[in-house]
Design a protein around this ligand. Structure first.
Ligand SMILES: O=C(O)CCC(=O)C(=O)O
Ligand SMILES: [Fe+2]
Length: 326
């Protein structure tokens, strides 16, 4: 355990612990992996995976395996630096937060008063289109920044390819659908879920749905991600060289509820730190999302509402709060 690298909150002597609630059954399927597998070169099964799961594994994605493993290794090294050093070198437009994954529009970490929504995780945010402006004397951060930039280009390509097919399957108006996928506001978020000491309990990330259009995740070999389907939680096992696509609430709204926004959560382990790197993509912030199920809204309004919910209720109501009453 590299204690100096952890924010004080996550060190063994801290008395922070979380009531993680009743431990809902986790479906253990040892050999069979039920998560749909989609080939980027042949997207025939994409529509079914979006309708049934809202989360799928992507193969044949064209990201070199060396780049994927470098991203994982370098992220792990970066998180292993002393806590104070990370605080000192990670500066705007990057940000470093812990205990929450929510950031206000001004980049400040927003913590909920409710346990479920605080996370046993550290997060470094990289806004992909602003990375070329970032200068640092720290050689590890500098080389990681370059890799993230290169990785970001692959992810933007993958996001475009997948979204084009989704838009076609959903018969979206091609002009409208252009503003549903905004590359300019996409960001890459690296997470480290520190190991947790005996006797403590917390979620790496409590059960939630993402607010994004969708995300593209690379996880290490530790595991811990779980997805909810048919009233059960399924482990999303690590499979080398694959990526995970997770549909968020914006995709559900745009699809007029034909697609599922996957509910998921992350477990933490006693023995090991887990690393994951996630790319989030959103609609243009001021593009109006129209559907038959929800009142028209922009992503900006959705995000502002989420922040208000966190501050007043301790959790995000999400898309349900925009539903048209019958
Ligand atoms: O780390 C993961 O596996 C998922 C993280 C997550 O749920 C998120 O970033 O929204
Ligand atoms: Fe998530």
């Amino acid at each position: 355990m590299n204690i100096k690298s952890y924010p004080p909150l996550f060190r063994p002597h801290s008395n922070l612990t979380q009531n993680i609630g009743p431990d809902e059954p986790i479906e253990h399927i040892e050999d069979l992996d039920p998560i749909p597998v989609i080939d980027l070169q042949c997207l025939e099964k994409l529509d079914g995976a979006c309708k049934n799961w809202g989360l799928f594994r992507l193969v044949n994605h064209g990201v070199p395996s060396t780049l994927l493993s470098q991203i994982q290794d370098q992220a792990r090294k970066l998180f292993s630096l002393p806590f104070e050093h990370k605080q000192a070198v990670i500066s705007s437009p990057l940000s470093y937060v812990w205990g929450t994954v929510f950031l206000s529009s001004s980049g400040v970490a927003v913590r909920s008063s409710q346990d479920m929504f605080n996370c046993w995780a550290e997060v470094i945010n990289f806004p992909v289109t602003q990375l070329s402006q970032f200068q640092t004397q720290d050689s590890l951060l500098d080389s990681f920044r370059h890799q993230v930039e290169e990785y970001g280009k692959h992810l933007a390509r993958i996001a475009r390819t997948i979204f084009q097919v989704m838009a076609k399957n959903l018969n979206l108006d091609p002009r409208q659908s252009e503003s549903y996928l905004a590359e300019s506001t996409a960001f890459i978020r690296a997470h480290r879920y520190p190991q947790i000491s005996e006797g403590k309990q917390a979620w790496g990330a409590g059960p939630h749905r993402d607010g994004s259009l969708f995300s593209i995740l690379s996880q290490d070999q530790i595991g811990g991600l779980e997805v909810y389907k048919d009233n059960k939680w399924f482990p999303v096992k690590p499979v080398a060289n694959t990526l995970l696509i997770n549909l968020g609430e914006m995709m559900k709204a745009i699809s007029d509820d034909r697609y599922v926004s996957a509910k998921h959560r992350v477990r933490v382990y006693k023995q090991e730190d887990r690393i994951s790197v996630n790319y989030f993509v959103f609609p243009d912030f001021d593009c109006v999302i129209r559907s038959s199920k929800y009142k028209p809204f922009t992503y900006n309004e959705f995000r502002a509402q989420g922040q208000k919910d966190i501050e007043s209720l301790g959790f995000i109501v999400g898309l349900e709060g925009f539903k048209l009453s019958k």
